[in-house]
Every structure is written in C-alpha cells, then in structure tokens.
Design a protein around this ligand. Structure first.
Ligand SMILES: C=C(O[C@@H]1C=C(C(=O)O)C=C[C@H]1O)C(=O)O
Length: 271
C-alpha cells in the first residue's frame, strides 16, 4: 500500500467550507493520507506550481500557466451563476468615473484581478491606474479596490463603500455563463505515479462536498452566522461542460488582451 501523504491545498476562505468541512473533521473518511495546506489563491497557485502541494484548489487562470504540469479534477470548482458575493470591486465614486483613478488590486487574487481588468477594458472602456494592495488602509490613495474572500463579505456588510460591483454577476450578465474562480488540479507527475491514491482523495472531496451542500445550515451554525447559508447557495461547486465553456471563453478574452500567451488544452483526469 502506498504510504504517501498528499498535501492538499485549500483557501482560508469561507467559500471552501462546504467542500472541505466533512473531510477535515473526519465525517468523511479517506483511505489516502493527506495534509491540508491553507493559503490564499496566489499562495496555493505558487505552491502547486513549485511541487510543494500535490493537489488542491487553485485560481482558474493559474491553469493557463500550469497546464503542462497539472491536470484538472472533475466535478469540482468554486464558481457562481451570477452574484458571487465575495469577489467585489468597492468604490467611493461611481464605477464609470474610475477612468484614470487609482484602483487597488488585492495581492491574494490571480483570476479576479484579470476578470476586473477585462471588465474595465473590454466592456466599460475604462482604464484605471492599477496598484497592488488592499483598500481600507489609512492614507491609502485608492478610491476603489478589488477585494476577495471573507474580507469582501465583511466590507459589504459594513457599507463603507457606496458603489460595488460583483464580478460574478457582471460575467453572468455579459455571457450567460457561470464564472469559474477556482479549479481543482493535481500535478501530472503525482497522478502518473499515484493514480489510485489521487482517486481516493478526489472521491473523498466529492463525498465531502455532497455532505456539505446537504448540511449548509449546520455548517453556518458552526460559524454562528446563518447568513452564510445564502452565501454558499450563491456559490456553485460543480464543473460541467458549461463551466469549462466559460473558462475557455475567459481564457480566449485574456489571450486577446495579451494577459496570457496561449489557451491551454483542458486535460481532466480519467476516473
Ligand atoms: C469566489 C472567490 O474567488 C476566489 C478568487 C480567486 C482568484 O481571484 O484568484 C480564486 C479562487 C476563488 O476562491 C472568493 O474569493 O470568494
């Protein structure tokens, strides 16, 4: 029996709870030994790229760089059909007035940053001045900023910024497609050597996701926040042909905008 311990990447965001909770808490058993490593999207992207993770969630756009060394795990993603609620551009002034204005881009994101740039350049015809960092710092010069994850949920509740753009909603209105923020990937070399082990953990993730989606209220109570049920219901965790069509369209636009060099082939593990 293989005694490898797989390092499985996860985001430290509430969006991951429905997929990971049952697996992390042992409610769903997995024959494979694994260790969960938590990091922001830019961190898990880099760790998987360097081989410091064997598999896990990454920004969807990171796959464009890593397609040579990674494969996609089926039936899993972090997506939304419309409002995502945790990928938001917050602004002090109307969004259409942001031309030439400083806009902060969170350093934790890869995909959402490019989606925002695309929305500005392709659909709004606006060219803000991009800076990397988080909004809300004292003396910060930015009038607007892209925020992802739990901080985006909190900022929305605080209502400090009067103008807000939900990027999942914009993509859906423009394309009629779900937007795929995160994909699950495994390193090719790991898949080649440990197919059964990878399949075990993939199956455990699917079982854990099913458990999570059937117990959203119970999960929300763990965080003493019943409103999380509605948040999680806005998210979608599948990877259907429609999701893949959407990622391909997104990559096509990114290539047009010279943000990525090539559109990769989408290689999914055979299960
Ligand atoms: C849905 C979200 O989007 C996240 C944003 C990502 C990115 O911008 O690279 C990647 C994965 C997602 O989990 C979120 O932050 O809640």
């Amino acid at each position: 029996m293989d005694r490898i311990t797989l390092r499985l990447g996860k985001f430290p965001f509430l969006n991951c709870v429905p997929i990971y909770h049952a697996l992390e808490t042992g409610k769903v058993k997995c024959e494979t030994r694994f260790k969960i490593v938590s990091g922001s999207p830019t961190e898990t992207n880099a760790l998987l790229n360097k081989g410091e993770l064997e598999l896990g969630i990454i920004s969807s756009v990171a796959y464009a760089d890593m397609a040579g060394k990674c494969l996609i795990l089926p039936e899993l993603s972090i997506s939304s059909y419309g409002k995502v609620k945790s990928v938001i551009l917050f602004s002090r002034i109307p969004i259409t007035a942001l031309d030439g204005q400083p806009v902060m881009l969170t350093p934790h994101s890869a995909t959402s940053i490019l989606l925002l740039k695309l929305i500005f350049s392709k659909y709004l015809g606006i060219q803000p001045k991009y800076l990397i960092g988080e909004i809300g710092q004292p003396n910060g010069e930015a009038v607007a900023g892209l925020v992802i994850g739990d901080r985006a949920l909190r900022l929305q509740a605080e209502k400090i910024y009067p103008y807000q753009l939900d990027l999942g909603e914009v993509w859906y209105n423009l394309t009629g497609l779900p937007f795929v923020f995160g994909l699950f990937a495994v390193r090719k070399s790991v898949w080649e050597e440990y197919k059964q082990v990878v399949k075990h953990i993939w199956q455990a993730l699917l079982t854990s996701k099913r458990w999570g989606l059937n117990h959203l209220k119970r999960l929300a109570r763990c965080y003493s926040q019943l409103s999380l049920v509605e948040y999680w219901q806005h998210l979608n965790y599948d990877l259907t042909p429609l999701h893949l069509k959407s990622v391909k369209l997104f990559f096509h636009y990114l290539k047009e905008a010279k943000e990525i060099e090539t559109i990769p082939l989408f290689s999914i593990i055979e299960t």
